[in-house]
Structure formats: structure tokens, C-alpha cells
Design a protein around this ligand. Structure first.
Ligand code: SF4
Length: 198
């Protein structure tokens, strides 16, 4: 999202130009599936809880992973739709990790519970992003489902139990992310310990 206030601040207080970074390849956000268990008002993929035509098979998704690896993609965020609605999400995630790609999961969090948190932990995602759009009432209105806030916050709690490094990526309530201990974004002043906001 383009942020006007940040843009104006940059114009008023220009920061020194940093040396250009040369990552080996592009960072990829992969909308693995269009299906989603929610129908948020702001949804950019116009998702719904139905099977959409044209989704990649598991074999095709593996071929994409091979291509990304060949393109030397350093980081891959698995998103959607709701990526946890793909039955092969764990298989694809493991493969991405095995290829040495920094692998993240971007989820609405409502499908993370006691039944799958161990599997998610076992994969060892480098990043798990769970979007929170406001306090309970606001979040549920935006997400168009009563109870969505509590489900997502339950997922945050389960992730936090796994990873004390969990941080709010923006002033809460906004978004919770699990950041690895060596993730440079942990030093971003906008990233706060979860315990301050939860
Ligand atoms: S959780 Fe994401 S993909 Fe699902 S409906 Fe909301 S915005 Fe769309």
C-alpha cells in the first residue's frame, strides 16, 4: 500500500541514500490458491469458499518451486486466498525450505488451531503473518465473520507459544508476525514485542 504520510516525511526529512542491494533474485509472494474461508470486504483476490477453476495441481506447484529455485529467488511468501486451504500446503512449504528458500506463510489465521500448530511448527517457517484489522468488532465487520478476530488471535497465541520472538510488525492491533531471531526486521522500531499489544 502506498503510504502518503511516509512519503511526505521522506520528502521533508530525506534519509541518506543507502548502497543498492543486489539480491540474487526477486522476492516472490505467491497466491497459491484463490479459495478462502473468509470473504473480507477488502479482498484483492475476490476469494470465496469455493473451488475456483484453474488452480495448480501439486505437481505443477512443485514445478513452479523448481523454477523459483532456478531463478535464485531468496524469499517466498505463500499466500492466497487462504494458503492453509491447500491440502498440499505443508508438502510445498517443506519443499521450499528444503530448496533453501526463506519461506513465509501469510494466513488469515482462522485455520490455525491445536490440530495443526505442531505441523506448522515442524515446518519451521521463517515467517508467519497473521493480519489483524482492528479491535474485535472492527475486525469481524471487515472480515465479514463473527468470531474471526478470536480465531486469528488464538492463532497468534499458539504461534507465540512456539516462538517467543513473535513481534507486532506495526503498532497493534495491525499484524502479528513470527520473526526468526536473525531476521533484520526485528530491529525495526515499528516492530514491537507481542506482549505489549496482546
Ligand atoms: S483472508 Fe485474504 S484472501 Fe481471504 S477473503 Fe480475506 S483478504 Fe481475501
Amino acid at each position: 500500500m502506498f503510504r502518503v504520510t511516509r512519503y511526505i516525511k521522506t520528502l521533508m526529512e530525506p534519509s541518506p541514500v543507502v548502497p543498492a542491494r543486489k539480491p540474487p533474485g526477486p522476492v516472490v509472494i505467491w497466491n497459491l490458491i484463490r479459495r478462502c474461508n473468509l470473504t473480507c470486504k477488502h479482498c484483492y483476490t475476490t476469494s470465496a469458499d469455493i473451488d475456483f477453476a484453474g488452480e495448480l495441481s501439486t505437481a505443477e506447484a512443485h514445478a513452479v518451486l523448481d523454477d523459483l529455485h532456478g531463478f535464485r529467488v531468496p524469499a517466498l511468501i505463500l499466500s492466497g486466498g487462504e494458503p492453509l486451504m491447500r491440502p498440499d500446503i505443508y508438502e510445498l512449504s517443506r519443499r521450499s525450505r528444503a530448496l533453501g528458500i526463506y519461506t513465509g506463510l501469510s494466513t488469515n489465521g482462522t485455520l490455525i488451531d491445536e490440530s495443526n500448530i505442531d505441523e506448522i511448527a515442524d515446518i519451521g517457517y521463517d515467517y508467519v503473518g497473521i493480519s489483524i484489522d482492528g479491535l474485535e468488532e472492527t475486525h469481524d465487520v471487515i472480515r465479514q465473520r463473527k468470531g474471526a478476530f478470536r480465531e486469528s488471535m488464538h492463532a497468534v497465541k499458539l504461534c507465540k507459544e512456539l516462538s517467543p520472538q513473535l513481534r507486532w510488525a506495526r503498532p497493534p492491533p495491525r499484524q502479528a508476525r513470527c520473526l526468526a531471531p536473525d531476521d533484520p526486521r526485528r530491529h525495526d522500531p515499528a516492530v514491537r514485542p507481542l506482549s505489549r499489544g496482546a
